[in-house]
Design a binder for this molecule. Structure first.
Ligand code: FE2
Ligand code: FE2
Ligand code: FE2
Ligand code: FE2
Length: 399
């Protein structure tokens, strides 16, 4: 069955406003929910946050009051959607448990996107990034065991492995080296544009989350680890946002955003295991179809091209949360020692990298290393979840 989001009819905009009762969603059960349901919620929250912030940016660059009013109407609905989605998370989970789930999203969503990405340069960008968030999961899992005396498999289940990736200490690069080359909007596969927007939004939300929750902890090691990884998420946002062609017009960007929302709600509706959550994906899809229609209308009015030149009439294969264990293991085995230089990649440390490393570490061990040692001292051994055998890199195996 082909689903053409440009043809489907959604809910008229003036029927989309929800009252307090309708916004008051029932959260998922923290002990029995499918971990990938939680991942879909976190990913979709990142998409809605981006929808709201992008629309604000567009409004701030828009001199036309009528267009601003139209943006404000749709944006208010996006803001309600963000509330409905993010409030599916149960208040019972600790900040650190939610953090583990954020990194699980980063691992399994980025790995899926890397597997599906048709362009080799863009694919390399996702492969490079996924090994870093994979390592963050391991660092936070050790913090979790140390200060909450629980194991990360309580959150990630057996779906995502927890072990060293590219060590976090190596993620601190000169900011210049975090900027990638953009795709060309005229020739790129439409799927690549959706991928870039999705991962950029997810990383941006992770960055925002860490910058806000990091100081909520009292334990010095926790406060420090959030600072360190929060700064890497800043690098990741720079890395992924620079993949998007900056030559896209505001109308084109708006169209891409609404289209991507349709794509992801449709994907999650197709793959959701929790019927109550699925009903929300379906409702929001029906709202987004109308947002997309309105964005296309604006595009037709203000851009010279045809909508079909920018977005595809057929949705790609659904974005699916599923284990990517072998894929990630292969990347660890082959790309663990990669770093970036300019807009490319190298396997050896270079001068600018080493200079930055020297400055940021100041001759001391960073929190991401300290957390492993401190947990070893406290719990007897470091925390790992290696379900598929020993670590693929020999020097990173447990002795
Ligand atoms: Fe939305
Ligand atoms: Fe991360
Ligand atoms: Fe990240
Ligand atoms: Fe939307």
């Amino acid at each position: 069955m082909t689903f053409n989001p440009l043809r489907e009819r959604g809910i008229p905009l003036d029927k989309q406003l929800r009252n307090w009762r309708e916004l008051n969603v029932t959260p998922i059960d923290p002990d029995h929910a499918d971990p990938y349901t939680r991942c879909r919620i976190i990913a979709m929250n990142g998409i809605e946050v981006e929808a709201v912030m992008f629309s604000h940016q567009m409004a701030r660059h828009c001199p036309d009051t009528e267009i601003k009013q139209q943006l404000a109407r749709v944006r208010y609905i996006e803001a309600q959607q963000q509330k409905a989605v993010n409030w599916l998370l149960p208040g019972l989970a600790s900040v650190l448990e939610t953090t583990l789930a954020y990194e699980q999203v980063a691992v399994d969503l980025t790995a899926w996107v890397a597997r599906m990405e048709p362009d080799p340069y863009l694919q390399q960008a996702y492969q490079f990034g996924v090994l870093e968030d994979f390592d963050h999961l391991y660092r936070y899992a050790n913090l979790y065991e140390m200060i909450e005396h629980r194991k990360a498999e309580k959150v990630v289940d057996q779906l995502t492995e927890v072990m060293p990736g590219r060590p976090t200490i190596m993620h601190h690069r000169d900011p210049v080296d975090n900027v990638r080359e953009p795709y060309d909007r005229a020739t790129v596969d439409p799927l690549s544009k959706l991928h870039a927007l999705t991962i950029m939004s997810a990383e941006q939300q992770t960055m925002n989350f860490y910058m806000n929750v990091g100081p909520e902890y009292m334990e010095p090691i926790a406060r420090r680890l959030y600072q360190e990884i929060g700064l890497i998420e800043e690098e990741h946002v720079t890395h992924y946002e620079s993949l998007v062609d900056p030559g896209e017009t505001w109308w084109e960007m708006l169209l891409n955003h609404e289209y991507n929302e349709c794509y992801l709600y449709h994907s999650f509706m197709e793959t959701e295991t929790d019927p109550k959550v699925k009903a929300i994906w379906e409702l929001h899809l029906n709202m987004e179809l109308e947002h997309l229609r309105l964005a296309a209308e604006m595009f037709n009015k203000h851009d010279t091209r045809d909508v079909a030149e920018v977005v595809s009439p057929k949705l790609p294969k659904p974005v699916t949360f599923e284990p990517n264990k072998e894929y990630v293991r292969d990347l660890i085995a082959t790309q663990i020692d990669y770093t970036t230089i300019g807009t490319g990649y190298v396997q050896e440390a270079h001068e600018r990298f080493e200079k930055f490393q020297e400055q940021i570490h100041g001759g001391e061990q960073p929190p991401s290393e300290a957390v492993i040692e401190e947990n070893k001292a406290k719990s007897g051994e470091e925390y790992r979840l290696e379900t598929e055998g020993p670590h693929p890199v020999e020097r990173l195996r447990l002795s």
